[in-house]
Design a protein around this ligand. Sequence first.
Ligand code: AHG
Ligand code: MN
Ligand code: MN
Length: 304
Amino acid sequence: MYSFNHTLREENTPSDVRSILYHIARGVKYINFSLRAGNTGVAKSQNSSGEEQLTLDVLSDNIIIEQLQYSQLVACCASEEQEELMYFPAPRGKYTVAYDPLDGSSLVGANLTIGSIFGIWEGGELNGKKGRDLLASAYAIYGPRVELIVALKGKGVFIFEMNDVGEFMLTQKKLELKDTSKYFAPGNLRATAIHPKYLTLVEKYIAEGRTLRYSGGMVPDLHHILKKGEGIFTYPGCAKHPNGKLRLAFECAPFAMIFAEAGGLALDVHGTEILDLEIKSPHERTTIFIGSTDEVKNAVKALQ
Ligand code: AHG
Ligand code: MN
Ligand code: MN
């Protein structure tokens, strides 16, 4: 079995990107240990979206900030837990990282699976970037087993699993998604109140006897699709959140890149590729339909 570093070298990953990913992997390892031993209570603070922060949200954010600074390669970063972009002196280069240190915080109390999400761009500024410009994306999943999934531009998607001594070892590479699927993960069903066509779509999936796989966490819901090699996750807008709830920079764009590298597709409700949406502010949100290509195209068409 190949190690994380060996695999990245073998794929000729540029050394700067390799080093940033190495620091992210170390951060993920520390977050995992904090989750196992950590305080699941609230931090008595809110993030910039007005959401209550858990102690673990703040802790995970600090772990990632520290690791990105240690890399000396990251000049700018955007975190779900920080209102403003953060700028660091980066003597060895200029890269931008957007991340969600803990995705699925509302599931922590119920001890369900959660994750972390990362996107890496060249350059010292986030605004104006697109998912299509990402050099690499990654997410970690903290389930019964801890896995780190990495997409390298033009090289595909790789899955690593953490072993007993905290090393990430390659378990799967060059993942491929089928164009059609029997699995569906319908997010934001409250949108059916203003979007009867969304209700019709979900009813069609039920009538067709498809299998529901939905946990309420974007990381486990999308991981299920990647591991099964098929599926669709939908998150349209509703009255409260017309653009949905999920953020472009640190949730949707990195996942859109990972899915594209596995032969899948991510569109917004208007049919625009998520990879082509320009980031104008760190916390902007977008609707998303992501997964098996034909399923995604058909779902968006059904909502027009
Ligand atoms: P976060 O915990 O980072 O705020 O994100 C939670 C997200 C995502 O993981 C999930 O798909 C979505 O929220 C679920 O939204 P609902 O609250 O609409 O179920
Ligand atoms: Mn999130
Ligand atoms: Mn989060």
